[in-house]
Every structure is written in C-alpha cells, then in structure tokens.
Design a protein around this ligand. Structure first.
Ligand code: PAF
Length: 283
C-alpha cells in the first residue's frame, strides 16, 4: 500500500493503471477509521482492480469549529487498518494541497441538501460536495463507496454526480453496528463511559418503533421514539423526521409513500456529542 500526500503523485500512478484497463474504487473518509470504513474498503477491494482511500479531515464541511477541533486524528492507525483491508493507495493531503485556494463553488440540491442535516448544519453539504467533487476529479473512480450511516449524504452525493455529469457508480454500504446496536462512528471514541452506556438506546428506540408502527399512526410512532429517547438521562433528540426515502421530505401517514425512513439526530452527554442514525419503515 502506498501513501501519498501529493495529489499529482497519486494521479501519475492512476494514469498508468487506467491506461492498462484497471478499474478504480474510491472510499472517501475523514480518518479515525473503524469497522464501518473497513467494510467499505473490503467491498471496494472485491469489486475493483485498484482501491484508493482518501483520508482528509475536510474543514469546509464543519459549520461548528469545535466539532472540527475535537474530531479524532489517527493517521498511523488508519494506515494499518487500510493495509490489513487490502487498500492499494491512501491519499492523505494537507488542507493547502486539497484547497490551493478557497473553494468558492456553491452546491445546492434541494430538497435533499436543505432538509434535516442541511437545515441544522448550514454549509455542511456544500462542504461535502466541494471535497467529494474534488476527490472525484482527482481519482476518476469507476465506483465510490459511502456508508448508509450518513444516509442523507448519499442522497446528496447522488445529486452531485448527476450535476457534475460524471459516470461514477455510487455504492451504498450497510451500517455496521456494535453488538449493542450503536452505529459505528468516528465520533463514538469521544463518548465517555457513561455516555457510551446510554447511546445504544437510540437504536433500541428506532428498532422497537418498527413493530409499534404496525399498529399506530405515523404521528404516534414519531412521538414515541422521541419520548423513549428523551426519557434516557444523557440523551436529547435534536430532530426525528419520518420522510419519503427519495425526496427526504416529511410524510404525514404510512400510506403517503412506498419508501419511508425515520432519520434521527441525538445529543449525547454534556459536551455534547451529536449522534445520527436512521431506520427504514417501508421500502
Ligand atoms: O462521510 C464522510 O466521512 C465525509 O463526509 C466525506 C464523504 C469523506 C467527505 O469529507
């Protein structure tokens, strides 16, 4: 496995491989890698001749600078994990290498980029699109792999690929969870022992709500999830929205769509750490 800090060095290698007809898979990451990322890399290794992983903590997608400062940075451990998963290349550029000058492009893909995370974290998806489009131009992958934990992000990236007109297959990979149900996330390492102990109640409430939804209205199911989680000391729901899986717009009844997903963001602990998750009700 080769690790590059310079974009041109990676591009030189990829140019030769592509000329030789090799297919390229890209796994974009911000580092602090865990089994969730490993599953994306392993899938890319299976489905492509060459796998590139980017490790770049992208400042333009953080609307909260404290969140950026707290974000774990673990490049050496990340490289060890990536090597064990079979990745071929790691691109770990500096901020000035990735953005030689300020990125002034604006990406706006309503409603997918403006609801939920888009509304709560202004500028977040614009930053995601800035960096992901750069990575797509740099690597020119055949396939790019994204985890379903950031479910809304996948919907936005699909719009981005259409907009920039690149022939890249966006591969959605299932959430990887700890044994107690907590979705794997780089932010989980920031939780204290007490916070970690209550965090699984988020997925428990979501999972329980699937059965509940069979006998109750959408509004009742919504309220039950929110109250189940808010009853747990140390957890506070920021939003829970039950939306159409394609438009990401709220639906008002179980009959309104054939694809329905509940999306949640919860504050955990005193810092607090913001945890996101989702559950599919239909489709
Ligand atoms: O999902 C992430 O880790 C990031 O948003 C991504 C796609 C790597 C862009 O920085």
């Amino acid at each position: 496995m080769k690790v590059f800090e310079k974009i041109a060095d990676l591009q030189n290698e990829l140019f030769i491989l592509r000329k030789g007809g090799k297919t390229v898979g890209l796994v974009p990451t911000m580092g602090a890698l865990h089994e969730g990322h490993a599953s994306l890399v392993e899938r890319s290794v299976k489905e492509n001749d060459v796998t590139v992983v980017s490790v770049f903590l992208n400042p333009t997608q953080f609307n909260d600078k404290g969140d950026l400062e707290r974000y774990p940075r673990t490049l050496d451990a990340d490289c060890r994990l990536l090597e064990s998963c079979g990745a071929d290349y790691v691109l770990a550029p500096s901020v000035s290498e990735m953005y030689p000058e300020e990125d002034r492009r604006v990406f706006d893909f309503p409603p997918q980029s403006t609801v939920m995370e888009g509304a709560k974290r202004p500028g977040h998806f614009n930053g995601v699109c800035q960096v992901v489009s750069r990575l797509f131009y740099i690597v020119r992958p055949n396939k790019a792999y994204f985890g379903e934990k950031d479910w809304q992000q996948i919907a936005v990236v699909k719009r981005l690929v259409e907009y920039i007109n690149m022939d890249i297959d966006i591969v959605e990979c299932p959430i990887i969870r700890d044994a107690d149900g907590l979705a794997k996330s780089s932010r989980n390492t920031l939780l204290t022992k007490d916070e970690r102990a209550v965090a699984p109640y988020i997925f428990k409430a979501l999972r329980d709500s699937v059965d509940y939804a069979e006998r109750h209205s959408l509004a009742e199911t919504h309220d039950k999830v929110v109250s189940d989680i808010n009853l747990v000391e140390g957890l506070e729901v920021e939003y829970f929205e039950i939306v159409d899986g394609n438009t990401l717009l709220p639906v008002s009844s179980w009959d309104s769509s054939s694809y329905i997903v509940g999306c949640i963001t919860v504050y955990c602990g005193m810092t607090p750490i913001r945890l996101i998750d989702h559950i599919k009700y239909k489709g």
